[in-house]
Design a protein. Sequence first.
Length: 572
Amino acid sequence: MPNVSPPGGGPTIQKKSYSDFTGGLNLISDTFKLGANESPHMLNVDVTRRGGVQRRRAWIERSAMGQSKGFGLAEDKTISHLLWQQDNDTLWYWSGGTAVQLVMNSESDTATTASVVDPAVVASNTAWNADEMHWASYEGITYGTRGRQTTAETTVSYDPSGVSSLTDSSVSAMTDPATTTYQDDLDVPSGSHFPMCRYVATHQDLMWAAHTTESTVDHPSRIRWSHTGDAGSWRQNDWIDIDSHDGDEITAIAAFRDQLLVFKRNSVHAVFGYSADTFQVVQIAGTIGAVSQRAVAVNEQGAFFFDRDDGVYAYDGASIQWVFANLHPALEAADLENPELTTLAWLGRRLWVNCRWNGLTDEGRSFIFDPQVGSWTAYTGFTKAGVGAPTNHIRHAIEYSTDGWTVKPYAELAYTEGSAVSSLLEVDVEDTWTDVYTSGPASFTTKAVYKTAWLDAGDLSREKRWRRPEFVLSGGYEQRTLVGVKADWNGSTTVKTLELNTASAGGTYLWGGQTWAAMSWSEVADLYDIVVRGGSVGSTGRSLQFEFTAPQGNVWEMNAFTIKWRDKRMKG
């Protein structure tokens, strides 16, 4: 006898809805361990505060450095630091041995550039290849050090006061106190000295120098502090060697609340106190550290740093937490190329982890961590739509404000097009969804993708006859969303592609603007949720997976979907 059901006795249609995607990106290789609210693959999308998934906001080029500005940056002479100086509304960088100002116009969001110093001003050795400048501002003056290098070079000071932003500016070489004389008398400061060092920071009304070179002797574990209120005066015995016999070296320093954090490759220390008589060093981690100064980002949420083997850790002032667990498989598989080159930035209340991604010749990779949601996502740089294959990735990023309250996130996008060049981009542009890039010789597009976890409706062994799913998308405008359907844990084959089309609202009004029952109502015109019924899945199986490809040029948001099925009878 055939296996049939009597009339009215067949399996009923069941359904299950999913509206929480706050698990974010998880690169774990075992698909059965992935949570229903996690994704094994998401690019250029964000997890929203209400748990949906939204296309990332636009990146817009504000200044083309190296190509249209004529700097001709080589791979070892690209931007090595971005610094925002509130005093004169100037965003400036160090590139190829030349400090360059970018004078920002907050009304038009454009930048003009001007060289402010020749390499000869700050060093007798003008071979600046592979150098990193690090900077710290103190009472309107910026102090810069050559950073990681083979030969220590003179620290410089930059005073923008009274200087035209479009002409050569006041950059001066500081005198190394170890080769002349220290300023031991606190009542007679000189104001023109600064130790040779790799890293600088401002903390407790003091300037700090770390990893110093004194009379040609390298002190990789040493920190020094200046006179109070005077960054150009230093006492000879105001220093601390931190675990100088551990064979490690300081890689970064950063001021965090009432502490000065000192990072080595394999340890982290906090300096407490406010004067030479009260300073105390406490080790807060003994097996992890930071790969470089650029791999540290401090903000109101905490101090984040990137460890060579484990990835990102967060320090809240009392304890350290590992926040890279979901992405650690990328380190284990060596997908994250040259981890020691990874840079961190705090932009828009989120942590950006900018890295080189192994095997990709046409796109970089940035991982974004949102502490408020607790999830990760991933961004790519521009993906070239023409011939050739540029290598593009964010190397440096910073927030700035010209009016004192509107904070804008800026990043340097490095890419290769014949010779290496760079562009300054405003990222996460408010209410904008189309990337704008004008200086390159080719057009660029950015693909937004979100893939769900495998969905088995709570029973991975029972086969199901899948029915038409339904999706809750942002509506109000014409768009075309493609949904690739995969089945039975076979992620390499798409069994069906659904096409979800939404039309322009044509009449969406704000409250108080029209009459009842006239048209669709929305809190914000042209932005509201709409339920779209997908086509036939065309599959019978134990599990499903959806891969959304978001339309370009519009805000795109997926807030929920519902799967439907009938249980297929099981044979004994």
